[in-house]
Design a binder for this molecule. Structure first.
Ligand code: FE2
Length: 418
């Protein structure tokens, strides 16, 4: 994924196989759930799971049938129901959505049609949608990203879900700093044919020297911050962060609960002792900023983050791809050239950067993917989580969200000026 050679676009057979693999993973996530769990509105910030399901099909219909082959929509109503820009998440359960069996049948019929379009289509390099099979990469990544969203929803429901145990209670290693010397580096994606518009164009930036930690902040360290009165001391919080905290009255990360002899957390419906060496997750940007201030440090900018992440790879034992159902104790995996571990996978890492376009940005293939979100409202997260698919978890990938959000599989890695 990180070689200097432009990657070859997959052949049709590989595309079909990748689509199949993604679909199987989607269906595996919802398989243990009953219809009631699929249609329920769990939280105002999340869609009912059955909406995500049908929306995946609608997006595929839009791009792989209508845009690629000028096909007609399977159903005219779906542009209203399943376009994410039409209705707020909190209103979606009141819409006349497809039932779970209907949504499954819809997914299947769209897929059949999309595969027959692929079969008969010349992947023509003169069409920007088809060059490097871009539109297939778009639809694939869209489905894979929705799997992570669905796992956030499931975690919010508290539905008990069978997952691998997280019972390693060993202490983490001491925090360690890595020095990133001053110098230019190339920010953004040059060679990855399926990179999104917001990762481009790649461009050289000068970065002053800085320190960055080898590991993301662990639960043990975050618990020290909590015990030290971190949530009560104004000086660790930004103005906005403090205001948010006073409204919400949080005292710890989402899903943490005090128990005799320490902290517990709830993970997919099960309460378990908090594993000290796992990266903290489910913190907001404000909490990330506060723990950094407490440690006498700061968040990295996204440029610093990406420079520190050079050479890290989702293949290098990274905790990605949903199998672990949580971060794992920090260790040597997904290691970057400068020796930062867990740069890919485990938890998304908040950066201090607002989400904006790189110089020379051009929206492609539609403004609603990234451009409409540019501005000061969102902060960028980097590196992917345990729930991110390896196809998406590349070091140039930019995620963004509101600074108050905590349902994300989000943590933080600390930096400092050199
Ligand atoms: Fe979507």
């Amino acid at each position: 994924m990180t070689s200097g050679v432009r990657e070859r676009a997959p052949a049709k057979r590989e595309l079909a196989a990748a689509l199949k693999r993604a679909r199987e993973a989607t269906l595996r996530i919802v398989e243990p759930l009953d219809d009631e769990q699929l249609v329920g509105q769990v939280s105002p910030i999340m869609s009912p799971l059955v909406w995500d399901l049908a929306h995946i099909g609608w997006f595929e219909d839009l791009w792989l049938i209508r845009n690629v082959a000028n096909g007609d929509p399977s159903d005219e109503r779906f542009d209203d129901l399943y376009d994410a820009f039409q209705h707020a998440r909190e209103d979606r359960s009141r819409l006349p959505l497809l039932t779970p069996p209907e949504a499954r049948a819809y997914l299947e019929s769209v897929r059949r049609h999309a595969l027959s379009v692929l079969e008969g289509k010349q992947l023509d390099d003169s069409d920007p949608l088809l060059r490097d099979a871009y539109v297939y990469g778009l639809v694939l990544q869209h489905e894979l990203q929705h799997q992570e969203t669905m796992l956030q929803t499931l975690q919010l429901t508290g539905v008990e879900y069978t997952t691998p145990p997280h019972d390693d209670l060993r202490s983490p290693p001491q925090p360690e700093d890595r020095l990133i010397p001053a110098g230019p580096f190339t920010l953004g994606a040059n060679e990855q044919p399926w990179a999104y518009d917001n990762e481009q164009p790649a461009h050289v930036v000068e970065v002053p020297a800085f320190w960055v930690e080898r590991h993301p902040v662990t639960n043990e360290r975050f618990a020290e911050f909590v015990e030290d009165g971190g949530y009560r001391k104004r000086r660790y919080w930004s103005e906005q962060g403090w205001q948010w905290l006073r409204e919400e009255r949080f005292e710890a990360p989402l899903y943490w609960q005090r128990a005799h002899g320490g902290w517990e957390r709830q993970r997919f419906g099960v309460r378990e002792p908090l594993p000290p060496a796992e990266p903290v997750q489910h913190i907001s940007f404000y909490e990330a900023e506060a723990v950094a201030a407490w440690a006498g440090k700061r968040l990295p900018t996204e440029t610093e983050w990406e420079k520190a992440a050079q050479g890290a790879d989702s293949d290098a034992g990274a905790n990605v791809g949903r199998e672990s159902f949580g971060p794992l104790p920090v260790a040597r995996r997904a290691t970057s050239r400068v020796g930062c571990d867990c740069m890919v996978g485990d938890v998304w890492e908040w950066t201090s950067s607002p989400f904006t376009g790189y110089p020379g940005f051009t929206a492609f293939p539609y403004a609603e993917y990234s451009e409409v979100f540019f501005g000061d409202e969102h902060r960028v997260l980097r590196g992917g989580s345990w729930a991110t698919d390896p196809l998406v978890a590349r070091v140039t990938f930019r995620n963004w969200d509101y600074p108050r959000r905590r349902q994300l599989f989000s943590g933080v890695r600390l930096a400092a000026d050199a």
